[in-house]
Write a protein that binds this ligand. Structure first.
Ligand SMILES: *Cc1c(COP(=O)(O)O)cnc(C)c1O
Length: 424
């Protein structure tokens, strides 16, 4: 396919046909966007609640939420109003000055967690990267600069910066990216003996997702988290909860660690906090947070007034009496319905996993999760694959019972077709 008037494209196309192999094939239909994602051939122009709508008006039920981001669904009237209102007043001033919105959101996050200090940033990787810096700096200030190691879990995902590539347990993500930063070790997820064996005077912190997202919707379990807290206390290390995906109401409590009764020293959040606007935050105890003094860390964009305006609304809505209880109730309905599907398709579904609306269905190995998600898309249902051959239901937290039923029916139709195709 050549484009008239674009000799550069014609040339690259003819070159690639000559080449025996095409290590970097030309981008499709002239796209100048770097190809870091395997994208579906689908574009949306509007969103309403749990629905995404294409240019030709086709509606897709969104059980992905932009990967656990659109907490309150699309075009939530209060979010739209808050952003519009702030956009007419002030967008950005940098952190050279006070930002009143930051002070309000920080106070809310501190009150909601019982922690004390908040550092704002723009993404999940940056939140975790900041959490690691804060943990190491706290050890430095405590007079134990040799405590630098961060213990991470197998199956973990913490982001794509160089630091977080070292923290993430996915060696393939590191290929070709040169030397990784030192000071990250991995221990078996959910195994307290393994964790305790690796503990020592070199460990600054244990970094854990209370419910792993990318790893396959794997719940760390409350007993394990209590064991992690106890081991960290015994060996003088900190606990960092990576709540980037499982936090902000996704699992039915504001933070997933809450059900364990532990208090982390540092909590990283992002994804759901802005309801679709990029914003992240690190919440820390006074002891740990006070290691950070002017000049030790920063970001130009972080905590800008637009981000703070929407984060305030998200926290407001989640704090409405009964909101989270209703998330738990509806997530229970989803889980029960999926269990019934699993019972009707024994051999296709291995396990229903995760918690709340971070809900995973682990499929049998002969039914690839990626294929299932693609087939689901053809049914106008959006989901996200994860590790361990799992598909994730990550709907907006406001999904209705009727929409849950629609999603589960679509899922069961696709599952039935995939099983039939295998048998035939
Ligand atoms: C998505 C994710 C991250 C990275 O967040 P980005 O905003 O993509 O940088 C980190 N930790 C967890 C648990 C995540 O799910």
């Amino acid at each position: 396919m050549t484009q008239p008037g674009r000799p550069d494209l014609e040339m690259s196309a003819s070159h690639s046909t000559d080449a025996p192999t095409a290590p970097s094939s030309p981008p499709p239909s002239g796209s100048a966007v770097m190809r870091t994602y395997g994208r579906a051939e689908l574009a949306f122009v509007r969103g309403e609640g749990c629905w995404l709508i294409t240019e030709d008006g086709t509606r897709y039920l969104d059980c992905a939420s932009g990967i656990a981001v659109n907490t309150l669904g699309h075009s939530h009237p209060r979010l739209v109003a808050a952003l519009r209102d702030q956009a007419g007043k002030l967008w950005h001033t940098s952190n050279l000055y006070r930002v009143p919105g930051q002070e309000r959101v920080a106070a809310r996050l501190a009150e909601l967690t019982g922690l004390d200090q908040v550092y704002f940033c723009n993404s999940g990787a940056e939140a975790n990267e900041s959490a690691v810096k804060i943990a190491r700096r706290a050890m430095h200030e405590r007079g134990e600069p040799e405590r630098m190691t961060i213990l991470c879990a197998t199956g973990s995902f913490h982001g794509r910066t160089l630091g977080m590539l070292a923290a993430t347990d996915k060696p393939a993500n590191r290929t070709g990216f040169g030397p990784m930063p030192d000071g990250f070790e991995h221990v078996a997820f959910g195994n307290l003996n393994a964790l305790r064996d690796q503990m020592g005077p070199h460990v600054a912190a244990v970094m854990i997702e209370p419910v792993q997202g990318e790893g396959g919707a794997r719940d760390a379990q409350d007993d394990y988290l209590r064991g992690v807290r106890a081991a960290a206390d015994e060996f003088g290390a900190l606990v960092i909860a990576d709540e980037v995906q499982c936090g902000i109401g996704r699992t039915g409590t504001l933070f997933a660690y809450e059900t364990s009764g532990i208090r982390p020293d540092i909590i990283a959040v992002a994804k759901g906090l802005g309801g679709g606007f990029p914003v992240g935050a690190v919440i820390a105890t006074q002891t740990v947070g006070s290691a950070m003094t002017p000049g030790t860390h920063g970001s130009t964009f972080a905590g800008n007034p637009l981000a703070m305006a929407v984060a305030e609304v998200v926290l407001d809505e989640l704090g409405t009496p009964g909101f989270l209880a209703d998330v738990r109730r509806r997530a229970g309905i989803l889980r029960d319905a999926l269990r019934a599907v699993a019972d009707r398709h024994a051999g296709a579904v291995v396990e229903i996993r995760g918690r709340g609306f971070l809900c995973g269905v682990r499929l049998a190995d002969h039914l690839p999760a990626g294929d299932a998600v693609a087939a689901m898309r053809d049914e106008h249902l959006l989901m996200v694959p994860a590790g361990e051959n799992t598909v994730r239901f990550l709907p907006p937290l406001v999904i209705s019972e009727a929409e849950i039923a629609t999603a589960v029916e679509g899922f069961e139709r696709v599952l039935g077709r995939m099983v039939a195709a295998q048998d035939g």
